[in-house]
Design a protein around this ligand. Structure first.
Ligand code: AMP
Ligand code: MG
Length: 417
């Protein structure tokens, strides 16, 4: 699984901006090899390995977009009602048996093939039918209520691009094109572990000074949403030797290792020394808040993202660093989190030179932009600051003071993880 050269994450500078980090990841991390065909029903969330060219036109034939009457535009009186003779019927899956002649109309239903000679369909609401006569109101445009062959997808055009993460509508499109299976990238295998002598598995009784492992469950959830295979390596003690063993085994079996905790500069932060002893370690101080340093490294040729232990910082650094790494490794188009303009309902002061993310809840007033109210508690360990808010207000590097009432960018959690 050699995808990294040895100095892949080496990067100068004391403080790294998040845009530079993204750029570096997508420049330096190359996709793992491996493509497999999967049946359409199993392709949701997988990454397309090749461009998909349309083998057929969709729709495959000119057809009616409404229930009504297919007619010849030149037969219609532009200023007055027109009376035509209804000569046939065309339902979806059953074409008309005859072509349309002058002065004639054919009763037609949504999705039915347009009869030869017809070039417009009049909605039934704009017609009066009496026996075999149909009276049509004036005012229709040529070509109205038609769907032309190939207007959705033209044969031989590119329907979907390599790197696309397949969503439900993509599967619909592929099915419309007649595919039964599609070539997708191999699923990444990601090893996940928590570190910390105080961290205990949920279900185990806590002694004084211990906490349940929240991060592994949160991170596993985020990884699963990115459609990777997670190997859960549990909790590893703050001990360089046992960490080293676990990391070496994980590197041999995985495409990426994700850890949490143990990456600060304290002497109990053994992830750093374990990585340094068994591979190479690059220590990134990201210019963001919350989010302490992130350890990037590699054990052999397998990359490692060492996320901070505080849950809020772990979530944010996962979104900003681990997710792009996963996209780069799996050949998936980079996801760009959509930002929405909202109005801040809080004042804020910050240091210049770092991007800050403020946990907020949104209210929608009767008119105008949604307003963002800041969560009252802001510790990076505070899980309820995530569960009780809607997303993050993103404050740019250069900003130092924000006044309540200002327009700001808001990122919902669903756009991050
Ligand atoms: P660390 O980054 O190891 O210094 O940990 C920072 C803080 O996050 C400490 O309060 C840890 O107890 C806490 N922490 C570390 N790992 C986890 C975890 N897996 N689940 C919940 N809290 C954690
Ligand atoms: Mg720790």
């Amino acid at each position: 699984m050699a995808q990294l050269s040895d100095d892949c994450f080496a990067f100068g500078g004391a403080l790294l901006g998040i845009d530079a980090v993204r750029k570096m990841i997508f420049e330096r991390v190359t996709p793992v090899a491996g493509v497999e065909p999967v049946p359409l029903r199993r392709a949701l969330g997988r990454t397309l390995a090749q461009d998909i060219a349309a083998p057929i036109d969709v729709p495959g034939y000119d057809n009616s977009a409404v229930d009504g009457y297919a007619v010849r535009f030149d037969d219609l009186d532009p200023a007055h009602e027109t009376v035509l003779r209804c000569v046939d019927r065309a339902a979806a899956g059953h074409g008309a048996t005859m072509a349309l002649g002058p002065g004639e109309a054919i009763r037609i239903f949504t999705g039915a093939m347009l009869p030869d000679g017809a070039d417009v369909v009049i909605m039934q609401e704009d017609c009066l039918r009496e026996a075999d006569q149909v009276t049509i109101r004036p005012g229709i445009k040529r070509g109205a209520n038609l769907r032309r062959a190939g207007e959705d997808v033209a044969r031989n055009s590119r329907a979907l691009g390599a790197g696309r993460r397949l969503g439900p509508a993509d599967l619909g499109l592929l099915a419309a094109l007649g595919f039964v299976e599609v070539p997708v990238r191999r699923r990444l295998s990601v090893a996940l572990l928590s570190t910390g002598d105080e961290v205990r598995e949920p279900g185990k009784a806590l002694r004084q000074g211990q906490v349940h492992d929240a991060n592994r469950y949160m991170l596993a959830g985020m990884l699963e949403r990115l459609d990777v295979d997670v190997s859960d390596l549990g909790i590893v003690r703050d001990d360089a030797a046992s960490l080293g063993d676990v990391l070496r085994e994980a590197a041999a079996a995985s495409d990426l290792i994700v850890t949490s905790g143990g990456v600060s500069t304290g002497e109990e932060d053994h992830v750093r020394s374990a990585i340094a002893n068994h591979g190479s370690l690059y220590f990134w101080r990201l210019a963001i808040k919350p989010g302490r340093p992130v350890a990037m490294g590699q054990i052999g040729a397998t990359p490692l993202a060492g996320l901070p232990g505080n849950p809020v910082a772990a979530l944010l650094t996962f979104a900003l660093v681990a997710r792009p790494m996963i996209e780069a490794l799996s050949g998936t188009d980079p996801h760009i989190a959509r930002r929405f303009r909202v109005r801040s309902a809080f004042d804020y002061r910050k240091k210049a030179g770092r991007r800050e993310f403020v946990r907020v809840s949104l209210d929608r007033p009767a008119a105008g932009l949604a307003t963002a109210t800041r969560f009252p508690k802001e510790g990076a360990g505070m899980l309820t600051s995530l569960t009780e808010t809607d997303g993050l207000v993103e404050l740019p590097e250069e900003l130092t003071r924000l006044a309540s009432g200002t327009e700001v960018d808001f990122v919902p959690y669903s756009e991050l993880v």
